[in-house]
Design a binder for this molecule. Structure first.
Ligand code: 5GP
Length: 181
């Protein structure tokens, strides 16, 4: 893995695709064991969570469904603090076992809002899977992800779905902003 440059900023390798894929398989195994015979619905938060959600979905070895929503609060490299509305949910989730799939939980504001909106639709259960979790950045103590790929320090990350102004989502590996490494 080599250094990458976007918008004049240098990013260095942080988590390689082999490690990511191995961890996703572990999480898929845990979800399989817990939801066997219950047909859980994965709700993927676009755009960032798409690669993780699809890999996780394929790592689940029991009946499961997937749906895609949008809810974004991030512009550039700083959280705007504003959380937009939930868009695109077409499934009825009342009585379903729902697993929300996110790319990263930073302040937790996005997930807090999403859990409030989805919880009001009366799912049978509501769990959270996130590829990355920054516990030291969390500002919403009610947000406690059930499935975490990697806990990381408060750093700016790109790759495997995570972007910098729309770029870098297609990288199979995860990179960190060099100055902060
Ligand atoms: P939160 O509401 O938890 O502060 O932010 C969640 C959203 O912020 C994520 O879905 C993601 O889009 C964005 N985000 C948070 N941290 C990072 C990061 O280190 N890199 C990138 N590319 N996006 C991030």
């Amino acid at each position: 893995m080599k250094q990458k440059c976007y918008k004049g900023l240098n990013f260095i390798p942080y988590i390689g695709s082999d490690r990511i894929q191995a961890r996703v398989r572990e999480l898929g195994g845990q979800i399989t064991a817990r939801y066997e015979g219950r047909n859980p619905l994965l709700i993927c938060v676009l755009n960032g969570a798409a690669p993780f959600a699809l890999d996780l979905f394929r790592a689940i070895d029991t009946d499961a469904e997937i749906s895609f929503v949008r809810l974004s609060s991030y512009e550039g490299m700083e959280s705007s603090g504003k959380v937009k509305q939930l868009l695109g949910l077409t499934e009825q989730i009342e009585g379903r076992d729902v697993i929300v799939v996110e790319d990263i939980i930073d302040t937790g504001r996005t997930m807090h809002k999403l859990l409030g909106d989805l919880g009001a639709m009366k799912p049978a259960s509501l769990a959270v899977a996130t590829l990355l979790f920054k516990p030291d950045a969390l500002q919403c103590p009610d947000v406690a992800p059930d499935y975490v790929g990697f806990e990381i320090p408060v750093r700016f990350i790109i790759g495997y779905g995570l972007d910098i102004d729309g770029m870098a989502r297609n990288l199979p590996d995860i990179y960190v902003l060099a100055d902060e490494a």
